[in-house]
Ligand binder design. Structure first.
Ligand SMILES: Nc1ncnc2c1ncn2[C@@H]1O[C@H](COP(=O)(O)OP(=O)(O)OP(=O)(O)O)[C@@H](O)[C@H]1O
Ligand SMILES: [Mg+2]
Length: 106
């Protein structure tokens, strides 16, 4: 198992933007959960994502963490296009997640 990408270590960033989401869209059969979401998070920035129940916050975070595949849009980590297909991919890129609900093995 490989660890986090060493090029993402403190002080050696390629871009001022740690995470950039562009046009992230996720449709479920009955609802458009994320509608072309653009979001930038800078290194060291602490951001609160706020919205009513069902607004699409968890869906967006699950996309960043590789648990849900977006229908459209792109993710960049430190200025590089990131292909995040699983939590393992996310962790390699330095992205962690603390879930709202317990996520234990069934
Ligand atoms: N796996 C799924 N299948 C179908 N619909 C889903 C699925 N996951 C989420 N949704 C729907 O997508 C919408 C966004 O849900 P999401 O869980 O992202 O909202 P949220 O902002 O995290 O809400 P909460 O504040 O309640 O945690 C809701 O209408 C929800 O019912
Ligand atoms: Mg949620």
């Amino acid at each position: 198992m490989s660890g986090p990408d060493p090029s993402l270590a403190e002080g050696s960033h390629r871009s001022d933007i740690a995470l950039r989401l562009q046009g992230i869209t996720k449709r479920y059969p009955l609802v458009l959960a994320n509608d072309h979401i653009d979001l930038e998070v800078r290194w060291g920035e602490i951001l609160a994502l706020m919205g009513e129940n069902g607004a699409g916050k968890s869906t967006l975070m699950k996309i960043v963490y590789g648990l849900v595949s977006p229908d459209e849009g792109s993710i960049q980590v430190d200025g590089q296009l990131a292909k995040i297909h699983s939590p393992a991919d996310a962790i390699r890129l330095g992205i962690g997640m603390v879930h709202q609900h317990f996520m234990l093995v069934d």
